[in-house]
Design a protein around this ligand. Structure first.
Ligand SMILES: [Zn+2]
Length: 304
């Protein structure tokens, strides 16, 4: 549906969420079952976490200029705790990024080598720096995608440097996850323009561009090569995504360590149910959609 909460008067909730739906969702754990637990998530997802690969599309490794950090053991412990099989991992806004992120990209690769079954390494790049060499180095070694942050690296989506980078990624069939949401406004139109030509780019909107939810849904919702990653998206925006975008283009992410796997899975499962998305689609949201993107690249080995 095209309308959104910011464009309209308050709507009658019963139009959007049938009353019975509240009772279909296992909103509370069994007696004795802790809320913040895998057992509860398994119940909430009707066993999907057990039976299908779960992949987190958004995690950071290393450290950030803001003081946050995450080590490989801590990342794996969180994945293990909630039975998340694999995670896309990329650098923070690392104090050691230099002008090309070589040091933090190296750290992500080292993590991948230590846990190749669990880690999907993405490179982080700075379009304003000499990114070409680092891009080629990481691509040739086997990084599976690219993370870009327009605010942290001070670039506009439509700048010529960024456009060059997007074009290379499209040519090499490397998916790009772009930070949208907090701190980034007016990005939906710029991405829409970027994708106007036939370029074959696969783009993941980190945090689903929730700061400008309505515009993002209007401009990017219909685009088959744009995916909405759901980490830290507020519930009222998440339900807009889930009722507007085809479930084949909605992807679970946690944004570890800023948020966590539990919260990402719990909110997505609950809101998907409210949105009328059947349990049969949950495996796609929690990993299947991302797996199809990652397996697209011809020269990768592909895996589950
Ligand atoms: Zn993030």
């Amino acid at each position: 549906m095209a309308r959104g909460r910011r464009d309209n008067d308050l709507m009658d909730a019963s139009e959007r969420i049938p009353y019975e739906r509240y009772f279909e969702v296992s909103m509370t754990p069994e007696p004795g079952q802790p809320l913040h637990s895998y057992e509860y998530l398994r119940r909430l997802t009707s066993g999907v976490l057990d039976e299908y690969p779960t992949i987190d599309a958004h995690t950071h490794l290393g450290r950030d200029v803001d003081g946050r950090s995450l080590s490989l053991p801590d990342l794996l412990a969180e994945l293990d705790r909630f039975h998340v099989d694999r995670a896309v991992v990329f650098p923070f806004n690392d104090p050691e990024q230099g002008d090309d992120f070589r040091v933090p990209n190296e750290r992500v690769w080292a993590a991948y080598e230590q846990a190749p079954e669990r880690i999907v390494p993405f490179m982080r790049l700075n379009p304003n720096g000499p990114w070409e060499q680092e891009y080629e180095r990481c691509r040739d070694r086997g990084h599976r995608g690219i993370k870009l942050h327009p605010r942290a690296q001070h670039f506009a989506i439509g700048s010529s440097r960024a456009r060059e980078l997007f074009a290379r990624a499209a040519a090499d069939q490397l998916p790009v996850i772009v930070h949208t949401g907090f701190g980034v406004e007016d990005v939906a139109d710029a991405i829409g323009e970027l994708l106007a030509g036939p370029n074959g780019l696969t783009l993941l909107l980190a945090h689903s561009s929730f700061i400008e939810m309505n515009q993002a849904l209007r401009v990017l919702g219909p685009r088959s090569n744009v995916y909405f990653e759901t980490s830290v998206v507020p519930a009222y925006d998440l339900i807009e995504v889930l009722t507007t975008v085809d479930p084949s283009r909605v992807i679970f992410g946690s944004d570890l360590p800023y948020a966590d796997c539990y919260t990402g899975i719990q909110s997505l499962a609950v809101m998907a149910s409210f949105a009328g998305i059947g349990v049969d689609r949950l495996p796609d949201l929690l990993g299947g959609n991302l797996l199809r993107i990652l397996n697209r690249r011809p020269r990768t080995e592909g895996s589950g």
